[in-house]
Ligand binder design. Structure first.
Ligand SMILES: O=P(O)(O)OC[C@H]1O[C@H](O[C@H]2O[C@H](CO)[C@@H](O)[C@H](O)[C@H]2O)[C@H](O)[C@@H](O)[C@@H]1O
Length: 382
């Protein structure tokens, strides 16, 4: 796949129908009273009374279910015997799930065997993978020990961070110069001008970073994204806990801190807005709605693009490993699974269907995994 020569292709040519005046925000969506509905997930949720067809939308499109499905409740602290039984059941179902998605730590030797004689290329997601999930996205700092582990790993293997955040923001969190960064779900890629030499030596990534190119397949959407960001900030300003984040080529609407009874209102606002922007689409993350250009580009395409930029694509002696926790990381897992290109590792503390091959429970296990990779490389076991 020659991604570079097809740079122009990700942008679909549908015409945009931007018309802010057509936006009717859900003032009339505010609940007159609050009926309760039972969702397909089994959860009870109070939703706004049907006044303008919103309740129909909620049920017919299933987006409210999608918001809940992508946002599992946090684990509760065990208090009594019944809850202990519940915790044991939860652990049992996790262990059962791990039969299909073995722990990257418990099966490390198998991964190392597979990697023997190959050049590992590391792709790392940021939130939930390198930093623990926190309530305030501005405070999603990386632990110092994780930064150190990533730095050491990047000295051994070409390494890229692929995040939904803007490239600048993720660089600001990670603060390392010896790796590549792809922001906005891969729509803003910093890639090397020179390919990595094929004689077995990895040219120091740091050197390459002084010379890099930018690939931004959605650049024409910048004004639209800014416009939508402003609209959403205004439209959600009265919903306690709702925040909107401008990630340059995409916008995140966070509902982690919004009372669950108001989730339909957040979803309604986003869905109404999208009706007026057919060139934008919605994806779901962890308690976040992500609005992005409707271009044929995602984290999987970004992985392929970076491999090609590094001169490491379609090679039997290269093993790409992608570590991520979110739905948007599934595109990368799929690309690596296809044709046995590489390995996906899902970071999750709960059972989830995934196209990844392996699993790690949380960012601490990611850190341990990176450290073991480095130790293995240094002892020439890779
Ligand atoms: O691709 P990623 O690096 O995983 O970015 C995905 C989104 O991550 C951030 O939101 C998530 O993490 C926050 C901090 O822990 C948390 O508060 C939020 O609920 C999560 O959804 C980021 O803020 C988003 O913009 C990214 O799209």
């Amino acid at each position: 796949m020659d991604l570079k020569t097809n740079h122009a292709s990700p942008v679909l040519t549908e015409s945009s129908s931007v018309n802010i005046s057509r936006l009717a925000f859900r003032q009339n969506m505010l609940p007159c009273s609050s009926p309760t509905t039972v969702l397909s997930t089994g959860l009870h949720l109070t939703v706004p009374r049907k006044k303008t067809g919103v309740l129909d939308d909620v049920r017919s499109t299933g987006w409210l279910d999608a918001m809940i499905a992508s946002s599992p409740p946090p684990k509760r602290v065990t208090r009594d015997a019944n809850e202990k039984d519940g915790a044991a059941d939860t652990e049992l179902s996790y262990q059962t799930w791990m039969v299909k998605y073995p722990s990257g730590l418990n099966t490390f030797e198998k991964i190392a065997d597979h990697a023997k004689g190959k050049r590992i290329v590391l792709f790392l997601d940021y939130d939930g993978t390198l930093s623990p999930i926190v309530d305030n996205p501005d405070f999603a700092f990386m632990h110092k020990s994780m930064r150190d582990a990533v730095k050491r790993a990047a000295n051994c293997f070409p390494t890229a961070i692929i995040s939904g955040r803007s490239r600048e923001k993720v660089l600001d969190f990670v603060k390392l110069t010896n790796l590549y960064y792809a922001g906005s779900h891969g729509m803003d890629i910093m890639y090397p001008i020179h390919k990595i030499s094929s004689d077995g030596h990895t040219c120091p990534v740091e050197k390459q970073l002084k010379k890099f190119n930018l690939f931004q397949p959605a650049s024409e959407f910048l004004p639209m994204i800014d416009e939508v960001f402003n609209i959403l900030v205004e439209a959600t300003k009265d919903i306690a806990g709702a925040t909107v984040e401008n990630n340059r080529f995409c916008v995140s609407v966070h509902f982690r801190n919004v009372d669950m009874t108001n989730w339909p209102m957040v979803g309604g606002i986003v869905h109404d807005m999208l009706k007026n922007y057919p060139r934008l689409r919605l994806t779901h993350g962890r308690k976040v709605l992500e609005i992005r250009p409707i271009i044929d580009w995602d984290k999987g395409k970004a992985v392929m693009f970076l491999l090609e930029s590094l001169g490491l694509n379609e090679r039997d002696d290269v093993l790409p490993i992608y570590v991520g926790d979110d739905r948007t990381d599934e595109d990368a897992f799929k690309v690596l699974r296809e044709g046995n290109r590489g390995l996906g590792i899902l970071v999750s503390s709960i059972p989830k269907e995934s196209s990844a091959y392996y699993s790690l429970r949380n960012p601490s296990e990611v850190e341990m995994f990176l450290k073991r990779l480095v130790r293995c490389k240094k002892s020439h076991a890779l």
